[in-house]
Design a protein around this ligand. Structure first.
Ligand code: GLU
Ligand code: MG
Length: 454
């Protein structure tokens, strides 16, 4: 009898899909891959393919910091493909893609696996009747290859001139995104020179993270076909605005929205306020997941819509947490985490956000009393009197210290994941130590092209 996965492999082969790229995203945020023939799908789902645990000690440039606890030659894991998330990658060339999770060879879960962590948090929320929908916005620079990324497509911010100057590219990107079966909401030329943005449609946390990884590979592929490169670096150049990876989330409990229909500011319900208050409180530690590169903090300047203050606001693009309330058109209220960038491992970020949401909803305040949510901030917090709005961590060292001190995140992740991430953050700090901001930007300018073009 053929297994369902053999049947799936046969239908993929009928569609001309011959090879399967199975990816996971390591502690440094880089997608790593092993490819197998589609005919081996059932085995790749059941048993998986080998991957050494050392791959989480790879830094953002691919180098291994010897002080990292996973910088050892021993051991092996099995990367198992998730067939439910399988989709085309470049179908014209016969490629399919699936995200994977790493397991111990004895069949036990591997404690430091990022997608497991996200899955566990999602299952916990779902068991409490909570539905979290999430979607990422991707911003990237289309650049001519060279030492440093230089703009390839002329045209102004949000400019129709840039859309038509790059219309062949835009068409190819959107065609490839659709051929990869990635639902998207919106595409536009962004503010920065030669910068574009794609908003992915919302889904559950695992799917949202998968879609980000998948879409980034598709965009990278299309850019290459044009002889260009895309940079998703949070700060591809010191002079221009950075690339964000904003995260949108909405929440429902037993089908009832928590971010609208209440008496609180912006229509927040009492549990919705508790979630916001807890997210704000935990934001410094979450930053180590949302903004994990040293250059992430060069992007987070005030007044650049990257929102580096620990405040929330209603429709305020300078607030780290922006509430987009429900409106006359009936659109659902949601929250935007503006600080995050695409250096983030989306599984870790969404796992962390879900853990914080869960804690917020368990707070006694959310059951009756009023949780402590400061008033929303309107206008640019940079213009407020000194001391009114606190700055979020100004560098990775500060964010990593907050992450180390967060018992919420440590307990949700477990020591294997939390501790090895601290080592990765220390390695990223050492990699950049002694470099000027110019050299830091150059060293990460082509992210996620590991090793850049140097
Ligand atoms: N490029 C800005 C950033 O670094 C965001 C612009 C926007 O609000 O979309 O996050
Ligand atoms: Mg944008």
């Amino acid at each position: 009898m053929t297994s369902p996965h053999d049947a799936l492999a046969a239908s993929l082969a009928e569609r001309g899909l011959r090879w399967l790229a199975v990816t996971w995203v390591n502690h440094a945020g880089a997608p790593l891959v092993k490819a197998v023939p589609v005919a081996q799908l059932a085995e790749t789902v059941r048993t998986g393919v080998g991957f050494s645990p050392v791959a989480d000690a790879f830094g953002a440039d691919g180098g291994i910091d010897p002080a990292h606890r996973l910088a050892v030659p021993d051991g092996d894991l099995r990367l198992r493909a998730d067939a439910a998330a399988l989709a085309p990658l470049d179908p014209a060339l016969g490629w399919a893609w699936a995200p994977g999770e790493r397991w111990q060879r004895n069949g036990a879960a591997y404690g430091a696996d990022q997608r497991h962590f996200c899955r566990r948090q999602q299952e916990r929320l779902e068991a409490q009747g909570i539905t979290l929908q999430a979607g990422f916005e991707l911003e990237w620079l289309v650049a001519e290859p060279g030492t440093a990324p230089g703009p390839a497509v002329p045209g102004g911010p949000y400019g129709a001139d840039r859309l038509v100057e790059g219309l062949d590219y835009a068409t190819a990107v959107l065609e490839a995104i659709e051929a990869a079966e990635l639902p998207w909401l919106q595409f536009h030329p962004e503010y920065g020179a030669s910068q574009f943005e794609l908003s992915l449609a919302p889904a559950n946390a695992l799917e949202a993270a998968d879609r980000l990884v998948h879409a980034r590979l598709v965009i990278q592929r299309v850019s290459r076909r044009f002889g260009w490169r895309c940079s998703f670096s949070p700060k591809p150049s010191l002079e221009r605005v950075g690339n964000g990876g904003h995260l949108h989330i909405s929440l429902q409990r037993d089908g009832v929205p928590l971010l609208q229909g209440g008496e609180g500011p912006g229509g927040l319900t009492v549990p919705g306020q508790a979630v916001l208050a807890t997210l704000l409180e935990e934001l410094p530690g979450l930053m180590a997941l949302a903004c994990p590169l040293v250059v992430s903090y060069l992007r987070l300047a005030p007044s650049a819509w990257a929102a580096p203050f620990q405040v929330w606001g209603i429709e305020n693009r300078e607030a780290a947490l922006r509430l987009i309330p429900t409106a006359a058109d009936g659109s659902a209220a949601h929250l935007e985490l503006k600080v995050s960038d695409l250096g983030a491992n989306p599984y870790l970020l969404l796992g962390g956000v879900q853990a914080v949401v869960q804690t917020g909803l368990q707070r006694p305040g959310s059951l009756g009393g009023c949780p402590v949510l400061p008033p929303p901030v309107s206008g640019d917090p940079a213009g407020l009197p000194a001391g009114t709005a606190s700055r979020l961590p100004v560098d990775l060292a500060e964010a990593s210290a907050a992450f180390a001190a967060s018992s919420l995140l440590r307990q949700a992740m477990g020591d294997a994941l939390h501790g090895s991430l601290l080592d990765s953050q220390a390695a990223e700090l050492r990699r950049n130590a002694g470099l000027t901001p110019e050299d830091q930007v150059l060293a990460s300018g082509w992210w996620p092209l590991v090793g850049g073009l140097g």
